[in-house]
Design a protein around this ligand. Sequence first.
Ligand SMILES: NC(=O)c1ccc[n+]([C@@H]2O[C@H](COP(=O)([O-])OP(=O)(O)OC[C@H]3O[C@@H](n4cnc5c(N)ncnc54)[C@H](O)[C@@H]3O)[C@@H](O)[C@H]2O)c1
Length: 380
Amino acid sequence: MSRDFTKVILVAGGAGFIGANFVRLALADRNRRVVVVDKLTYAGSRLNLKAAEGAPGYRFILGDIADRELMLSVLREVRPSAVVNFAAETHVDRSIDGPRRFLETNVVGTFELLEALRVYRDQLSATEREQLRFLHVSTDEVYGSLPEGSRSTEKSPYAPRSPYAASKAAADHFVRAYHETYGLQVLITNCTNNYGYYQYPEKLIPLAIQRALAGKPIPIYGDGLNVRDWIFVEDHCEGLLAVLERGRPGANYNIGGNCERTNLELIRQICALLDEMAPRRPKVASPGKCDRYADLITFVPDRPGHDRRYALDCTLIRDELGWYPRTTLEEGLRATVRWYLANQEWAAAVQAGRYGGERLGLAVRATPVDEHERAVEGEP
Ligand SMILES: NC(=O)c1ccc[n+]([C@@H]2O[C@H](COP(=O)([O-])OP(=O)(O)OC[C@H]3O[C@@H](n4cnc5c(N)ncnc54)[C@H](O)[C@@H]3O)[C@@H](O)[C@H]2O)c1
């Protein structure tokens, strides 16, 4: 492993969905070295990093960002010039059932990582200190639910409404505070909903694909008219590299797909792609005609506090860094559906013993949150 200070990126949470796609993209430039630190929670898997395994300069370290001593020793050994933080609990439904883990990883974990970085930074030479960058990956959900027609800019106030969004917002504030107070060269990105390869099958799109292929009901929360902006994960990762390399320290950058859809529209589009790429068996009563996947769509009770709409104004990143999303929803979804069809073994392996497609996040409990969490997580 090279110790050239200018070429090493430490990627926290790199075994998750976006992190793994980012690692693959970053390693496409052979001058880069990438070291992943990941706790390998239910959502992380080294299977996601298969493409990186043989690459020169790639390395994996099992570790928790909330473990300051460990992170400091990793930083001292690896000597990165950039740290990108993807590590987080990310599923809104799970944050409703068990918010504590979100507080521990997303807020306390980010804080401990910042502290380790501060100590590491202070031991570097003046030139190295100048080069060191911390990119914190965040979400559009920190801006809260928006009425139709409006978009959040980087100057919009934070108004999180779910425990997940609240934990991400708190972490963003800490990251910014470390820039203002201690002069860390930080960058924050707030991105819309990602889709693409290696997304854990609890999230809307892979869950819909898995359930459709199993011939099971495809759940749609509430009336299905909640609006999200969708971005292909590789476009997001290109945006992250642009921000990391050319962004202004201290700045937030919105990253969006410029592609708003209701959940119902999106799932119908996926069903149509599946009809084309993996048609269901012909109907017995009318040979030659197949059942349609859309017939499996089933409306289920809404998520508590379900935000109606998120939308971002992404003028800043376009004007300053020349980045914009290149993949159309049709192209990206087609590639995604094709990938899941070809990677059913991966989907089975990452879910085995961890998640069986059940409904999460209904907040049906009378017990205090702490007791409920211990019960859910099997702790005494
Ligand atoms: N998925 C999206 O649509 C989306 C949109 C905007 C922002 N984001 C943000 O991007 C980041 C990555 O999201 P994702 O969808 O890839 O998440 P993910 O759930 O697929 O992956 C999270 C990764 O973090 C790891 N991790 C969790 N806790 C850790 C800890 N304490 N220490 C080290 N590693 C830990 C997990 O093992 C996993 O590999 C998150 O910060 C998320 O908030 C996601």
